[in-house]
Design a protein around this ligand. Sequence first.
Ligand code: F6R
Ligand code: ZN
Length: 195
Amino acid sequence: MKKGPFSFTLDTANFIPSYFDNHIQRHLSQMKGQYLDQEAYQEKLSQSDDLLYEVYELKRPEVAGEILHGISIVHPGKVGREYYMTKGHFHTVLDTAEIYYTLKGQGYMVMETPEGDWAVEKLKAGSVLYVPPRWAHRSINVDPEEDLVMFFAYPGNAGHDYGTIETQGFRKLVLDADGEPEIVDNPRWNPPENE
Ligand code: F6R
Ligand code: ZN
């Protein structure tokens, strides 16, 4: 982790930062239970454990005044009709927001609140997305060939709650319908018991 002011550059071809503290790589095997078509998931996994997405993180102390930031890259591909996507999460401190700036590619951010609101926003090079406090978020790459590359920034104390999405899923899915992305209700959405 850097001490004091610092800067880094993003090369214009692939946007990998010239400096980072952490490089996370998530493979198909780490997305067990997350894809709608479980059969397609198993079939694909039996062939190869593909790299679905990567995150380059600039670490900061995990306190409210800091801003964690970095680059996320979702690779192109599908499991059945569902595009490669991130796990998605709520922030542990629910009242923390996040900003995403899309540098390259095409996709969607699927979002929802514990209160039942949902939203799906398009992501394309040049678009800036504000994810307000309380909104879980998952990024999806709908381009058949290109990476979806985004710069993100969020408060240092936010933390990540992956468990809620792992057990209940998102209310909405984005599926490939004959070459066009389609937003559908998640038939496997598993609401919390008190709803
Ligand atoms: C951080 C954040 C992004 C994601 C990244 C990978 O709060 O939202 O940096 O961490 O897009 O997605 P997840 O963390 O859901 O695997
Ligand atoms: Zn986040």
